[in-house]
Design a protein around this ligand. Sequence first.
Ligand code: PLP
Length: 397
Amino acid sequence: MFPQVLPTYNRTEIAFVRGEGPYLFAEDGKRYLDFGAGIAVNAFGHAHPVLVAALTEQAHKLWHTSNLYRVPGQESLAKRLTEVTFADTCFFTNSGVEACELAWKMARRYQFVSGHPERFRIICFEGAFHGRTMAAIAAGGNVKYLEGFGPKVEGFDSIAPGDLKAVEAAIGPETAAVLIEPIQGEGGVRVMTPDYMRGLRKLCDEHGILLILDEVQTGVGRTGKLFAHEWAGITPDIMPIAKAIGGGFPVGALLATAEAAKGMTAGTHGSTYGGNPLAMAVANAALALVLEPQFIPLVAAIANYLQQQLGQLLADHPTVFEEVRGQGLLLGLKLKVPNTEFVTAARHEGLLVVGAGDNVVRLLPPLIINETHVREAVTKLAAAATSFEPKAKTDAA
Ligand SMILES: *Cc1c(COP(=O)(O)O)cnc(C)c1O
């Protein structure tokens, strides 16, 4: 019989029934330390009391009204997001890819209303990931994700990241925008340097094109800043976010300057669910947590500690690990053994981590972890690594 749930995922035979802070509990009662956080989503761990209260309180009042009416939760979240970022305006979505889709529409529309209807192409990068819609797989450029789905959506020009000359060469009379993740998450935790990010900003300004930073994975505190572009001291024109902003409730947002958004008038875009009262209640509470004065400094401090510990782990297991990459709590271990096997070995030790491109294992813990959780994770990573190392001669005898 064909699987009743469409078999598009390579799932692990495990189901969780409960979560608490950075821990998940499986059906059989086994406890796991969750250093995947639902792919950088559960930034506040599982069942955070503040988020649970925000959701249940709203659930008793009102779930959904549609965007035919004002949604006060959207107004308060947009007010807060625009106060603490470059942005002047926000649109709320249900997912990361929907925020990305609007980013591309907005960039094209900006050029259209600026007298450049010919500018519709978007420069994007090899190894990128922006989601799984038709346009997103064109923007990501991963041939595995494009195969069999017909002609690639027109207007996405993929080049290698890291080389400003290549970007300049790719800018043509039809270019509308440059689209990049400050750190490629799915692509293998590949960090763009601050110099490169500043160079992109400068090129965009010189050529009258928009800079779109996809911070769906890097945003909302993950890298030790509220947004990863702050490390380079630049701001984008347009920025899709999602994942951590809902702490596990499906919600995304598109942030933009008033200038970049000037073409998006009534009727140009919409969503039935986007920014509904439930999503807004949780996202407002989540943002308030991140904006507590001590929150992000604590993320930076615990990230430092984790990175130090991983340095030692690497030194202790040179045949398993090649390098540590990333920033803040978006970290990657580049492996010398197959990453899928390592993910399994770590899970057998009771630690959840996530694979990525380039034979990398991602560590994406909840942002609320402490030193005890770090030590527990590193002990489990060491145990997983040992399972790949040749046994000492005395054992074999
Ligand atoms: C996860 C991700 C997306 C897609 O988000 P969905 O919520 O899965 O649609 C887009 N861009 C980046 C950088 C991501 O990490």
